[in-house]
Structures are given as C-alpha cells and as structure tokens.
Design a protein around this ligand. Sequence first.
Ligand code: URA
Length: 287
Amino acid sequence: MIQYPELRRALIERVRYYRELGIYDFYRREPINASATPLLEEATLRESASEHREEMPRKSAVLAKPVESDPLPVLTVHPEQNVADTVAALRLIREDLGDCTRCKLHQQGRKQIVFGVGNPHADLMFVGEGPGADEDTQGEPFVGRAGQLLNNMIKAMGLRREEVYIANVVKCRPPGNRTPERDECETCSPFLMRQIAAIKPKVIVALGAVSAKNLLAINAPMSELRGRFYDFMPAGARSSDPEWQGAKLAVTYHPAFLLRDPRQKGEAWKDLQMVMKYLGLKPPMPV
Ligand code: URA
C-alpha cells in the first residue's frame, strides 16, 4: 500500500498520463532501493517528503520504506503495439512468449507451447481452457476428441476451421489435464489478451467456465454466463487499430463437457445461433 497521499496522487496522475498516450499495462519490478523509482521523479519524492516532514517531522526517514516494500510499477510497451500487420503482430507475441518459463507448467511435462491457430483476420475467435495431450503433441489447439466436436460446431455455423482463430487461456498442458490454476491463468492470459487485440475479432466464443471466467473476470455459474453477449475489450492490451471498439463475447459449453453430456448440445447450439445471427452467418445447405 502506498501510504502517502501526495505520492499516491502523483502516481495516479502519471498513470493517467500514460493512459492518454495509449499505454495501459505496467509490470512490477523486483524491490531494489529507493533510488530505483522509475516513474516518479526525484523532485516529486522530495516534494512529498518535505510536505510530510511538516506533519511528521521524525518520520521523514520512513519515506523510502513504502517505495522499497511496494515498488512503483514499471512501464512495458508490447513490441506489437503499433504493428498494424496482424500476422507480424502475432509473430511478435509468439516471440515474446519464447520458450516460456513464467509459470510452473513449464516444468510439469509440457512438450511444447500451443500458441493458437487459424485465420489471423478472423471475425470469430474461440477460446478454450488449455491444451490436452493431443494438443501438446501436435502443437495445435483443439485437435483431439473435443477438437473434432469443435470442428463440427464450426461447420454447423457455416464456417471452416481455417476461417476462425482458436486459442486457449493457458498455452501449456496442465498435467493430467487438470484445470489450470489461478496463477497459471494470470501469468498466461496477458498473451491471450494480446492475441485478441492483434486479431480484433468481431465475436469471441468462450468455451467453458474457465475460459469465460478468465476473459470476463466474473465468477458465476455457466447457467448465468450463457445466453447473452458481453462487450469485451482485452485487458492490458491495445489494438493497433483505433477503429476497433472491442469484440462481443458469448459463453458456451466446452466441447469436452458436451462429449460427457450430449444432452446439452441443443443449448450450445442456441449460443452458436446467437453468434451466427450477429455475424450474419447461415448454416450450410444440407447435401
Ligand atoms: N481443451 C481445451 O480447452 N483446449 C484445447 O486446446 C483442447 C482441449
């Protein structure tokens, strides 16, 4: 917690200033020492210190303390931020991800990172939870049994798999296909947000509760999440296109859940029909 009102105000001002410049995301730097405070000029600190000295003459020495224990954020501009070419932007995001070791999934048996696949200019994007065994082996999302069902769902919407973009919240396989843990989702989802900002889809379909909750930052049951559109703007990522006002987001059941409980397929079809209506898609003619 930043305890000094002046310091806090100065920080808020600075963050507002960066927002106006179109810079939204900040990362914390490891605590070092008071001389390494990147965003507040020394003058601001001195000003703050002298003001507080009036009120708390014997506490001026503690000024460095909140700075040390709660370091100020460091600004990061993503390499793709002003790259209008979506393919190049996605390549930069993939490069930034690198051979990722940011969360514990990298040491828990993943074979490879599963970044995403499909049309970089897609109007429609599907977001799942995380790669399973088949995806981990092939390096592509939704290629196993759940993927076959997702392909059928896409086909029923009058599209081909190659026409949409498919990605996951986490890019590495959780061991034993367990649900990705909160810290894993929090570490990985900024990359998903950046993919979305680069692709600029019209509609995102969140597949299952893990995807929906991570994208929407809402903790609610599927029954409450489904059946409506949400306005979605990727958190902490900025599109290179000032015209893009974000996507509509719909939530439906995860295909793996539908394989376990096929009675819910009708409900999922209602969700997809809502998306089709919005995108002006017609189901394919029966052959
Ligand atoms: N389940 C997911 O959530 N994603 C995949 O890529 C495969 C299965």
